[in-house]
Design a binder for this molecule. Structure first.
Ligand code: HEM
Ligand SMILES: [Ca+2]
Ligand SMILES: [Ca+2]
Length: 325
C-alpha cells in the first residue's frame, strides 16, 4: 500500500471527491449486481473478456480521461470523423471487451434507463474481472459522465497518450505523470499484465534485434522465437504476458521480471531500471496483500483521470453512440 501511496503523485484538487461509491444508491441501487451478472457469465464462457475489458478501461482513461470515449463506434463523431478505436495502439483492442460493455449496458438500461454512464460501467466491469481472475475486490467510485464533445487533435492524443511496448521507463514516467500518476503507480498498474496476452508484433524486435535482447531469459527467447518468426508470421499469434499464470491475477508477473521473463520491453524495463526495481521487488516479495492493496489504489487513481461531470458530459443510451440532441 505504502509503495503506491508514497509516490503516487499529485491528485488534481479539481478531481477530488467528485466520485462516490454510493452515487447510484437512489437511481440504480442494483447497478453493481446488473453489471456483475454479465461479467461473471462472460468470465465463464469467454476467458479473454476479462483482460480485454481491463485493457479497455486503461486505454479509455489515458485518452481524454475515463469518459467512455474509447467506446464510440466509427462514424459516431460525425461523417468521416475518425474515432479512437481506429487509431494506433487501439487498433488491436479485442472486440470481446467492447461486446462485454455493450451487454452490461443493456442489462443496466433495462432496469435503470438513462441513468448509469458507460464510463462507470467500464470501471465496474474492470474491477469485476480483476476479482474474478483471483485479484482484489475493491469499491468502485462512480459518477463519471460519458464524453460529449469530440476531442481536438484526437490522433495526437492517442499517439502520445498511450504507452508502447518499446517505450523507455523515462517515457512511461512522463506519460503517467501527465495523468497525475507516479512511479509506483507505473509499476503497480503494469501488474495488470499478470493476465492476458500480447501479439508478436509488440515484442518481436526483442527476439531478433542485435541477436536478441540480453535481458530476456534465454529459454523464453528461444520459445518465443519459435512462435514469432522475424517476419511473415501469423499476425494472430499471441504469447502470455505472465508466462507462468496468464489467467490468474497474482504476483507471478513480478517474480517473472526478476528472472528475465517479461515479454514486453516495457515490462522487463521496470526490473532493469534501478529506480523501479525496488517497487517490483516489493510487489514480488510482499505477497498478494501488498500487490493487491496497491493495485486497488492504483485503479482508483487511474479511474479519476479527467472525470467529466454535469454538463461537460452525457449519459449515453448506447455506449457506441452519442445521445441524439
Ligand atoms: C505501462 C505501460 C503499458 C504498456 C506499454 C502496455 C502495453 C500493452 C501491450 C503491447 C499489450 C498487448 C496487446 C496485444 O498485443 O493485444 C498489453 C496488454 C494488456 N494490457 Fe497493457 N500496457 C501498459 C499498461 C497497462 C495498464 C496500466 C493496464 C491496466 C491497468 C494494462 C492492461 C493490459 C491487459 C489486461 C492486457 C492483456 C489484454 C488481452 O489479453 O486482451 N496495461 N499491454
Ligand atoms: Ca477516454
Ligand atoms: Ca498471473
Amino acid at each position: 500500500t505504502k509503495a503506491a501511496a508514497g509516490a503516487s503523485g499529485k491528485r488534481s484538487p479539481v478531481h477530488r471527491h467528485l466520485l462516490s461509491s454510493d452515487f447510484y444508491v437512489k437511481t440504480c441501487p442494483e447497478v453493481e449486481q446488473l453489471v456483475g451478472s454479465v461479467t461473471s457469465q462472460r468470465h465463464k464462457v469467454a476467458p479473454s473478456a476479462g483482460p480485454a475489458t481491463i485493457r479497455l478501461f486503461f486505454h479509455d482513461c489515458f485518452v481524454q480521461g475515463c469518459d467512455a470515449s474509447i467506446l464510440l463506434a466509427p462514424g459516431s463523431e460525425g461523417k468521416g470523423e475518425a474515432v479512437e478505436r481506429e487509431m494506433g495502439e487501439n487498433r488491436n483492442l479485442s472486440p470481446v471487451g467492447f461486446d462485454t460493455i455493450d451487454l452490461a449496458k443493456s442489462a443496466v438500461e433495462k432496469k435503470c434507463p438513462g441513468v448509469v454512464s458507460c464510463a462507470d460501467i467500464l470501471a465496474i466491469a474492470a474491477r469485476d474481472f480483476v476479482h474474478l481472475a483471483g485479484g482484489p475486490y475493491y469499491e468502485v467510485k462512480k459518477g463519471r459522465k460519458d464524453s460529449k464533445a469530440p476531442a481536438v487533435n484526437l490522433a495526437n492524443k492517442v499517439r502520445f497518450g498511450l504507452p508502447r511496448a518499446n517505450s523507455t521507463v523515462n517515457e512511461l514516467l512522463t506519460l503517467f505523470a501527465a495523468k497525475g500518476l507516479g512511479p509506483a503507480d507505473l509499476v503497480v498498474l503494469s501488474g495488470a499484465h499478470t493476465i492476458g496476452f500480447a501479439h508478436c508484433s509488440h515484442f518481436v524486435g526483442r527476439l531478433y534485434d542485435g541477436g536478441g535482447d540480453p535481458t530476456m531469459n534465454r529459454q523464453l527467447l528461444q520459445s518465443l522465437r519459435l512462435q514469432c518468426p522475424r517476419s511473415g508470421g501469423n499476425a494472430d499469434v499471441v504469447a502470455p504476458l505472465d508466462v507462468e499464470t496468464p489467467f490468474e491475477f497474482d504476483g507471478k508477473y513480478y517474480e517473472g521480471l526478476g528472472k528475465g521473463m517479461g515479454v514486453l520491453g516495457s515490462d522487463q524495463a521496470l526490473w532493469n531500471d534501478p529506480r523501479m526495481r525496488p517497487v517490483v521487488e516489493k510487489m514480488a516479495t510482499g505477497g498478494k496483500g501488498s500487490f493487491f492493496a496497491a493495485f486497488a489504489e492504483g485503479m482508483e487513481r487511474m479511474g479519476e483521470i479527467q472525470v467529466k461531470q454535469g454538463r461537460s458530459g452525457e449519459i449515453r443510451r448506447d455506449c457506441a453512440r452519442h445521445l441524439a440532441n
